[in-house]
Design a protein around this ligand. Structure first.
Ligand SMILES: [Mg+2]
Length: 173
């Protein structure tokens, strides 16, 4: 079960602070796209998220996109925000995360993965031996049926007594 839980909970990516990343001992941030940086399949980036990316970059953290979505979706988005990317990364397989860490010149243990799904982002990060931050999805409207099903199981896992307490305590920090 420990493989299914994140190191830290935050609601939105903009709630993640430079201090959070430093406390996790990470030098590099691996970013999910859909429902983490922007809503599913949306081409635009919220100005607040853009400012957040800038802040993390100025703080000296490496930034790389690791997405399960297709290159046609991920490449134009990554190009627009000027970040390297891995598409079709087959999360929760740890290979995409490990390849991204190596590309950025870091070991897995010096990376933190940020995403909105337990069964891809968090499980994959744990299998790769990196820290992880689970966000709430920006919007679940129009998600494909497979993701809708996973969300149901996620909600059950997240509402177990212990994790609910942890989440609420993390959100309050
Ligand atoms: Mg996602």
């Amino acid at each position: 079960m420990a493989l299914l839980y994140p190191t830290l909970y935050r609601r939105r990516i903009t709630d993640v602070t430079v201090e959070d990343i430093r406390r996790l001992g990470a030098a590099c941030i691996l970013l999910d796209v859909d429902n983490t940086l922007t809503v599913h399949d949306a081409p635009e980036l919220d100005p607040a998220v853009k400012a957040w990316l800038e802040e993390m970059s100025v703080a000296g953290f490496g930034l790389v996109i690791v997405s399960n979505n297709k290159p046609e979706r991920v490449a134009p988005f990554a190009k627009k925000i000027g970040l390297p990317f891995h598409a079709l990364s087959h999360k929760p397989m740890p290979t995409g995360f490990r390849a991204a860490a190596t590309q950025m010149g870091n070991t897995s243990s010096a990376c933190v993965a940020i995403g909105d799904q337990i069964f891809t982002d968090i499980l994959g990060a744990n299998l790769a031996g990196m820290s992880s931050i689970l966000l709430e999805p920006i919007s679940t409207d129009g998600e494909p049926p497979f993701i809708v099903f996973k969300r149901r199981v996620e909600r059950w896992l997240l509402n177990t007594c212990h994790q609910k307490r942890r989440r609420e305590s993390d959100y309050a920090k």
